[in-house]
Design a protein around this ligand. Sequence first.
Ligand SMILES: [Zn+2]
Length: 419
Amino acid sequence: MNNNPSPLSGLHFEIEKTLPNGLGRAGIIKTAHGEIKTPAFMTVGTHGYVRFLSADDLHELDAQAMLSNGYHLRRESPTIAAAGGLAEWQPDRQDGLDNSPWLGPTITDSGGFQVMSLGSGLGKVVSMEKERHVSNTAHKERLAHVSEKGVSFQDPFDGQPDFIGPEESMQIQCRIGADIHMAFDELTSLADTYEYNIEAMERTERWAERSLREHLKHRDVLGYRQNLYAVLQGGRWEDLRRRTAQNLAKMQVDGIEFDGFGLGGAFLKEDLGEILRWCNEELPAEKPRHLLGLSHPDDIFIGTEMGADTFDCVAPMREARHGKIYTKDGNLNLRQFRDSGATLDAGCDCATCRAGWTLGSLRALWRSGDPAKKAQYYRLASAHNLRFIVRLTEEIRDSLLHDEFEQYKHGFLRRYYHN
Ligand SMILES: [Zn+2]
């Protein structure tokens, strides 16, 4: 996996092709633990491993990178550092699978989203009709309190008071040692006002500078370069999005800039493309951009078209656990496939489909009261759904490289959303 000549030379991003709109592109991100060919989907392993899938399973489905969470791994972070970092750590798995380390490129989220969404009902994307149900975090009892210093919160498991600010987040992430880190930011909800978004965005920029300063002290401690992305907020307002993109693009500490950018915030699906366009028109083209927490095919297409390079989301696995199976003709609900001998998705190259599993046989495992059979179902269904999204990004990449993005996009989306 080590194909970077100098482990401390830092992240390198090479753009291979750009869409006529000047934003969407295909490229290669080079890290100390290997390459990520973009656009790419990063598999979510919140606790340092992907639930129900071993490292071998991830390689089998051609996963390129794993995203873990600074908040969830904060207590294990000293142990992870002692192991040489996340890519070499053997997690204490709760699912009984082989705990060989992942070895490839890794990324961590700052944990800001997790601590700030404790008890608040913050969500990533909602459709228009659901908007009114999103509670205004300011009016709801929260387990987290935001101040200039950072976020104080109650641990949801033991009720103990805890605190994470930009410095703590950088120290935790540098102990975990992923190749790419996210600066500590404040996520607003769709119900927050323009005025509150200005306040949160300006605080996020001050936190970004503190993150960058602290990160510089620790980024080489494990013997390879750990890179830092700034996170853009600003809600759904063009002036805020463009302004914060400009500010973060030129931000420096001791002559050092951010290595890339995280595109953050809660989005209405309808607004996603416009918001990404505002951000990415201002950001420097030569640095990579990660769209945080989205993976549905329409989001990946609009994200790629508007200049996002990498994606992550728990949805493919969470939806698999709920019996939702991804197919090129739309998603299936396993409930409706009792005794069905049909394949999951004709032509799918995942390990589950290659082994001949049918909708009916998977459904029987899923509905079984036997925990071992349920775990087997989770593994088989997660592998299929993840491979579906990974293959989608591979095919989008190919279409970009061959100047066929528009045709591929229309063909895929017409079929997928036809039902
Ligand atoms: Zn499959």
